[in-house]
Every structure is written in C-alpha cells, then in structure tokens.
Design a binder for this molecule. Structure first.
Ligand code: PGA
Length: 263
C-alpha cells in the first residue's frame, strides 16, 4: 500500500486527479470505477477543470459506479446515477453509453449483478477504482461482515451508513435500507485503487484499514491485499495512524528510491 498524507482535502483531490490524469495520458483511454458521497466531490471538480483546460478527453473513458440504492429511479435526486450526472458527467464529454450503473430497480437482482460483472470484464477490467471509506470501514456498500471475496450483490445498509447519508435526504427515514454494491472481491480486481479520506470522523476506519488486521469487520482492510492500493488522506483522517511518520518519510523518499529501481 502507498499511504499519502496531504495537508488538506483540496490536496487529497489534487493528488487523485493527478494520478487519473497521468494514467489517461499513458493510455488515451481509461476504465474508471467511481464512488459517490461527499469525499469524491472535490476530485470530480478537479477532473472537470482538467477537461475545461483541454488536458483530458473523456470520450474514450468508461465508468462503473460501485453501488446504487434499491428502490430509487435513476432520475431520483438522491440516486447515485443522478449524483454522477449532476457532479461530473454533464460537465464533461463522456459518452453516456460508456457510463455503467447498477440499477435501483432491477427486474432480477442476481442476473443484473452478474451482467454488471460481465460488463466490467468485457471492457477489460477497471484501471483505477476511486473509493471513499465509511465511518464503519465500508467500501462501496460492503458493510462490516461482507465477505472479502464477495461479488456484486444485494446488501443491507447499517444504521451507521443510514445516519451518515441522512443529510442527503429530507428525513433519515427516507434513506433506502437496501442497495446493490460491487463486492469486495470485485473491487480488488481493479488494477489500481485510490482510497480517499478526509476528516476526523474517518480516522478510526482509516487506521483500522491500514494498520488493523485484515477483517470483514472493516471491509476497507481488504485493500491490504491489493498490490496497487493508494490511500490518499488528509491530516485529520491520518490522526490515528501509529506509523504516520514512516509513511510520510517513505513518500518523501520516493524519488530517491526510484533512482535505484531504474538501474
Ligand atoms: P462520504 O461517504 O464520502 O460521504 O463520507 C463515504 C462512504 O460512505 O463510502
């Protein structure tokens, strides 16, 4: 894992946008896994800015969102499909047919989830998966107790997640109880994972994910099993990390180390 501690949220988003930009330049196309919530909003603003500056072209980019509430139409303002359109897609030149979502109203959940996984494979797999972390350590909507090899499926939200997402709705009781989510195993197949976290309320989950045991009780700890997982976090989210100084030192030494690797 690479642990990148930035002074604040803006720099977290800058770093993540830079990595995506760099990867796009190398390939001239990209399959992105995307998340919703508060955390990636700043990253999406930076990607829109890169597009407006003519530095990135999204016409060859495909996306897969990691989850969706069950029961909401894609036109519902709190659906993740609506969120993505509002915060990213309508501002860039992405081709809507290349944006993939789990449905909030599938006819057959099992078939729908299987087809989603097949579509990921058909497009060659996810190059970069963007993730946020729940206060309880969830990734996508893989709540604690999710199998670390789980696939895309139906999931029941925890009370913590319902509370954390209540501010998006009028009343807490309006937050859907159920969702579809990519599995932890599905997410681990991405070639690179960018885990973004900001704020003190994420510090415990972040410390558990990076320094705790690999456990279904903290699904984000599964990223310890991934060879290209980067945690890009701000100072507040890093407060409970015991080896914070080492992570900083390692990151600052990266350029010197890469001289050896080039030989
Ligand atoms: P947040 O949610 O970005 O709104 O904090 C993160 C998550 O639940 O994955």
């Amino acid at each position: 894992m690479e642990i990148i501690i930035k002074p604040d949220y803006n720099e977290v988003c800058e770093e993540a946008a830079g990595i995506i930009h760099h990867a796009w330049k190398k390939k001239n196309s990209l399959v992105l896994g995307l998340a919703t919530g508060k955390t990636p909003l700043g990253l999406y603003k930076k990607l829109i800015a890169l597009y407006n500056e003519g530095k990135i072209d999204f016409s060859s980019v495909a996306t897969f969102n990691v989850d969706e509430y069950l029961g909401l139409e894609e036109t519902h303002p709190q659906s993740f499909a609506f969120y993505m359109d509002n915060h990213l897609f309508r501002h860039i030149n992405i081709n809507k047919v290349n944006t993939n979502f789990l449905s909030g109203r599938p006819d057959n959940i099992e078939e729908h989830c299987r087809a989603y996984e097949m579509q990921i494979r058909r497009l060659g797999g996810i190059d970069i998966q963007v993730l946020g972390i729940g206060v309880n350590g969830h990734i996508a909507f893989n709540e604690p107790s999710s199998s670390l090899s789980s696939r895309t499926r139906f999931e029941t939200l925890t009370q913590e997640s319902i509370k954390a997402n209540a501010h998006f709705f009028k009343h807490e009781k309006d937050v859907p109880r159920f969702c579809l989510t990519m599995g932890v195993g599905t997410i681990l197949e991405s070639r690179m994972i960018l885990m973004l976290a900001s704020g003190k309320d994420k510090a415990k989950a972040v410390a558990g994910a990076i320094e705790g045991p690999v456990s279904a009780s903290n699904p984000a700890s599964a990223l310890q099993l991934h060879p290209q997982a980067k945690f890009i976090i701000d100072e507040e989210a890093a407060t409970k990390l015991v080896r914070k100084d080492y992570y900083r030192w390692k990151y600052e030494s990266k350029d010197k180390g890469s001289d050896f690797l080039k030989k």
